[in-house]
Design a protein around this ligand. Structure first.
Ligand SMILES: C[S@@+](CC[C@H](N)C(=O)[O-])C[C@H]1O[C@@H](n2cnc3c(N)ncnc32)[C@H](O)[C@@H]1O
Length: 618
């Protein structure tokens, strides 16, 4: 993750204290592994923590090398009922749950929220926890813990009361539809979804619409799925709701519109245009259909040619829409093998200033959004404390849960921890998401992009512009490797990344950009190692490392002097004497570079040379 603004500075004492806290908790977990827990007072558990445990057959589990827990043995699925309100803390929430035998435990769930602010634990009262395990809470209490979003399911089968069963047998599909519509009207999307699904169970046998009624339920559920950003399911539902009947043209056009929106949401512009055209065929006077076809045509043009209206994009940014309406333009680049793992290569020659690629974020969390959250993490693998964009990890996990067809795009990205591998695994009709794998993918591939509204320092968005770091994941750009002498430079327009050539690039040449722009080799090497886990061996690093510390120190002093000079001397109307002084400074910095720097950038000179260029042009 680009550390630009997410870097925090801890004193040596603070670092040590945090490290010791983590380590001692880890040690206590290890000590407890395999030990039966002492039963407590079950009343107390309702207010604070668990009493009697389910841990007759506790086994030690080393989860993903970084979390040591003591786990409940078989069965690997635990059915529990929530028996207490949910306590929400920033990065997790917890409650007290009871198993079918009446035993209570604390249950903690990390980073999972449904859309529209619903906490997973609040979404229902009966859950099934897969691969359950115990760990210790922040306060040192044993707690059942769910880290992976796919490890918890709202249960419909367990704990069903006789009244529930009776109600479900007397309800008709019509009643479910009406309840679904009422829930939808109140924006209770999960409830609306559940009602349409129950209705569909009654009127379909194999998931296909066989009765007229089923078409309505599929069409309505498509709408809910769209609102929940479950584009895969929205498209499937919308297409299942097509009747093909002359007397249902209006409804079918609505279904095509929903299928088009779902395809659009997935960035499938060809497919989306096809559905919007079908909508238009069935409803020729529908203005929305015509506008949607037109919009898809613009996206397809951007995708094919890389011709964007940046003026329009900038205007929409200033109007408070940082998620830009634009397509990706990636046809000039391809993934290939490089000496740095996989990399991105040019398919054709490109000139300086030319666009190499343009990409919309796969997922972005803006600093001023409620879901923005950074967490301090301690990684036992390398004994390091880092700032993690936990909100971004959560948003990516949510998007993948909602859209299984996107999983492999993300799991293909570079990460140290292989997790469940790159292939999509579906269990109980849901993709299995390993949050630690997402964490590692984010750590090595995500970018920090600065404030949500970059050009709005004093404008209407200025107030909450910088509350948190904005972070995002760009899939194609994630294959870009670092170079201290890069041939590409990125610029952000909201969530749109524009990568331009900074020097001529030949076809089949690897494209690189700079992960860390520090001119000081020590600082740069430390950041590259800590954040991306590699030691750079580019030509610039080689010559810089070969220099004596005295030379580097002298250059740093002169660079600082140059920065102070630029700060003091306004470039507009610069006096002759200032220009002479600037020239002297630039020469002095340049003289610190030896002949090994031939053809390499002399970045310490940059600031003062830019000042001189501007001062002498006037
Ligand atoms: C964003 S990914 C880049 C794509 C990656 N090479 C791959 O195979 O998918 C970042 C990772 O690539 C590797 N990498 C990037 N630039 C590198 C460089 N200049 N030298 C060595 N490894 C590099 C590091 O492992 C880093 O954590």
């Amino acid at each position: 993750m680009c550390p630009t603004q997410s870097t925090i500075f801890l004193t040596a004492e603070e670092t040590e204290r945090i490290r010791n806290t983590f380590k001692s908790r880890l040690q206590r977990c290890k000590d407890l592994a395999g030990q039966p827990r002492v039963s407590g007072d079950s009343k107390a558990s309702m207010s604070q923590v668990a009493a009697v445990s389910f841990m007759a057959d506790i086994t030690t589990t080393q989860r993903q090398d970084n979390i040591v827990a003591f786990a409940v043995g078989s069965p690997r699925v635990l059915s529990v009922r929530r028996v207490a309100p949910v306590v929400k803390v920033v990065a997790f929430s917890w409650t007290v749950v009871q198993d079918p035998f009446g035993e209570t435990e604390r249950l903690e769930i990390s980073l999972h929220k449904l859309r529209y602010g619903d906490d997973v634990l609040e979404s229902g009262s009966v859950f099934e926890i897969k691969e359950p395990y115990f760990t210790l809470s922040d306060e040192g209490h044993p707690t059942l813990r769910v880290d992976h979003p796919s490890d918890i399911m709202q249960s419909s089968s367990a704990f069903v009361t006789p009244q529930d069963i009776e109600a479900s047998t007397t309800k008709t599909a019509q009643m479910y539809k009406e309840e679904g519509n009422a829930a939808l009207k109140n924006q209770e999307l999960p409830r609306a979804h559940a009602n349409y699904t129950q209705g569909l169970h009654l009127v379909t046998t194999d998931g296909s619409a066989q009765e007229d009624f089923a078409y309505d339920l599929f069409r309505n559920r498509a709408h809910v799925n769209l609102a929940l950003h479950r584009f895969d399911a929205a498209k499937t539902d919308a297409l299942a709701s097509l009747t093909g009947r002359e007397d249902k043209k209006a409804l079918d056009s609505k279904a095509y519109f929903r299928a088009g929106c779902a395809a659009h949401g997935m960035g499938e512009f060809h497919e989306a245009r096809r559905y919007f055209q079908e909508q238009q065929r069935l409803a020729p006077y529908d203005k929305l259909a015509a506008a949607s076809v037109k919009e898809m045509e613009s996206r397809l043009r951007e995708q094919a040619t890389g011709a964007y209206s940046f003026k329009k994009i900038k205007a929409s940014l200033l109007n408070g829409r940082p998620r830009v309406a634009a397509a990706d333009f990636t046809s000039n680049v391809g993934i290939g093998e490089s000496c740095r793992g996989r990399g991105l290569f040019a398919k054709q020659r490109m000139d300086p200033g030319e666009i190499i690629m343009v990409e919309k974020a796969f997922c972005v969390v803006l600093g001023n959004e409620e879901k923005a959250l950074t967490a301090m993490t301690y990684d036992v693998r390398d004994d390091r404390i880092r700032v993690t964009p936990a909100g971004l990890c959560r948003a990516i996990a949510q998007k993948l849960q909602d859209n299984p067809s996107l999983v492999e795009k993300v799991t293909d990205l570079y990460s140290d921890y292989p997790g469940l591998g790159k292939q999509l695994i579906i269990r109980d009709a849901r993709p299995v998401i390993d949050i630690f794998q997402i964490h590692d993918i984010v750590a090595r591939n995500a970018f920090a992009i600065g404030p949500a509204y970059p050009d709005d320092h004093r404008g209407k968005h200025a107030e909450n512009n910088n509350m948190h770091e904005s972070t995002g994941l760009w899939i194609t750009a994630s294959y870009l490797n670092h170079s201290c002498v890069p041939n590409g430079k990125r610029e952000m327009l909201g969530d749109l990344m524009v990568l331009r050539a900074t020097q001529p690039i030949n076809a089949r040449e690897e494209i690189t950009h700079s992960y860390d722009g520090s001119s000081d080799i020590e600082a740069r090497s430390a950041a590259l190692l800590k954040t991306w886990g590699f030691a750079c061996s580019c030509a610039l690093c080689v010559v810089e490392r070969a220099e004596t510390p005295a030379v580097r120190k002298k250059r740093q002093q002169l660079e600082n002097e140059a920065s102070a000079f630029i700060e003091r001397n306004d470039v507009i109307g610069a006096k002759r004497i200032s220009i002479v002084k600037a020239r002297r400074l630039a020469r002095a910095i340049d003289d610190t570079y030896n002949e090994g720097y031939k053809g390499l950038p002399r970045s310490a000179c940059q600031g003062i040379q830019d000042w001189l260029a501007e001062a002498t042009i006037r």
